[in-house]
Design a binder for this molecule. Structure first.
Ligand SMILES: [Zn+2]
Length: 213
């Protein structure tokens, strides 16, 4: 299901461009809405989510997919934690295809997939690790993630394929935090497969405060 929202840009309480290949994190307060904009299209954005008050509780692909009975993340997806609690709900999605099965790229995986010459290329796991250290976390805290705007069709034989992204310039996805939520993003630097159109590009991150009642 694809839905558009009409949150006015001028009302955003936070608005930031994340350069190509860079990392970002912020604590969303309960009720705040995060919008991730794929400014130029075909740009994968890897994301981790943690309970801001208890980092041991974090996004769980297994719990999320089991509960929704669907392989992809889109409008209406309820992002669940490893304790089965709701972390956030996807409230808008103009792209319609977000993977959460294929994991984040790493130097090690690049070496296996693409050859030893890629060993020193920057990767999402390095972005995650650098950002997590700001919160006292380390390698063991890098768990399964969401790949916003990454197109990973499941082939008839069950294989996951990474193919050209379907996101157009300006496509966005929004999620509303159900708790105080630490969001960690890696604007994917991968250039060895089509997940970024072989050309990493900037993204835009915006936040709206919860409507006061
Ligand atoms: Zn990546």
């Amino acid at each position: 299901m694809i839905a558009h929202t009409a949150l006015p840009s001028a009302a955003a309480s936070y608005d930031q461009i994340i350069p190509a290949t860079a990392r970002w994190s912020r604590i969303l307060r309960r009720g705040q809405v995060l919008r991730i904009v794929d400014l130029e299209g075909q740009q994968a954005v890897d994301a981790l989510f943690y309970n801001a008050d208890d980092h041991a509780e974090r996004y769980s692909v297994h719990d999320t997919l089991l509960a929704q009975g669907h392989a992809y993340i889109t409008t209406g997806s309820r992002l669940l934690s490893n304790e089965g609690n709701l972390l956030a709900t996807v409230t808008a999605d103009t792209c319609g295809r977000h993977d959460t099965s294929a994991g984040a790229c790493s130097c090690e995986a690049n070496t296996v997939r693409f050859g030893h010459h890629t060993r020193y290329m920057h990767a999402c796991r390095e972005n995650f690790l650098l950002e997590l250290t700001r919160y006292g976390m380390s390698k063991r805290d890098i768990v399964s993630n969401i790949n916003f705007f990454m197109n990973v069709p499941i082939l008839p034989d069950g294989e996951l394929a990474i193919v050209d992204g379907v996101s157009q310039p300006g496509d966005y996805v929004e999620l509303r935090a159900a708790i105080d939520l630490l969001c960690v993003l890696s604007n994917c630097p991968q250039v060895n497969n089509p997940c970024n159109g072989f050309r990493p590009t900037p993204i835009r991150v915006m936040i709206w405060d919860a409507p006061s009642s």
